[in-house]
Design a protein around this ligand. Structure first.
Ligand code: 4NP
Length: 159
């Protein structure tokens, strides 16, 4: 085994075109800025948007904050992701149920966390689904995820 393996992070939402690709972009920037020994990817619990780029509103929100997520293509969460990732952050309670339902054991289950519990522990706050909202919804999602990703970066730094 590698002595100091990279921490592998997965961000998960429903469609993998709005919240989790933004979370991935934000986290990737923090990994680079803070020089963390970590990798990040994202997926969705549904296959609705398989292989599609992020929603245009997600791409423009990311760009406003200096992130290029144009290369993102949506993929569906799979059971083998429990083996590939160390930390699995879900955006809302529905994603949590959908991912935990696929867990094979306690080790799998322990990897899954509500992302906003990084800033408000134990509250199980949802990152609101912005798919049917205006651009305000995307900005709110950005600011929530930016705060949560800072906490994730802090945790990885302490490892
Ligand atoms: P996301 O948003 O889960 O943040 O990517 C959604 C995207 C698409 C749908 C729902 C939520 N949809 O129903 O197609």
């Amino acid at each position: 085994m590698e002595e100091n393996p990279k921490t592998k992070i997965l961000m998960v939402c429903l469609g993998n075109i709005c919240r989790s690709p933004l979370a991935e972009g934000i986290m990737r920037q923090k990994i680079e800025e803070r020089n963390l020994h970590a990798d990040v990817r994202s997926s969705g619990t549904s296959s609705y948007h398989e292989s599609e780029p992020a929603d245009p509103r997600t791409i423009s929100t990311a760009r406003r904050h200096g992130l290029d997520i144009t290369r993102h293509r949506a993929s569906q969460f799979a059971i083998k992701d429990f083996d590939r990732y160390d930390m699995i952050f879900v955006m809302d309670k529905s994603n949590y149920q959908n991912v935990v339902r696929l867990a094979r054991n306690d080790n799998d289950r322990r990897k899954v966390r509500m992302i906003m519990n990084m800033t408000t522990a134990g509250k199980n706050t949802d990152v609101p689904d912005p798919y049917y909202s205006g651009s305000d919804g995307f900005e709110l999602v950005y600011s929530m995820l930016d705060e949560a990703c800072d906490k994730i970066a802090d945790e990885i730094e302490k490892r």
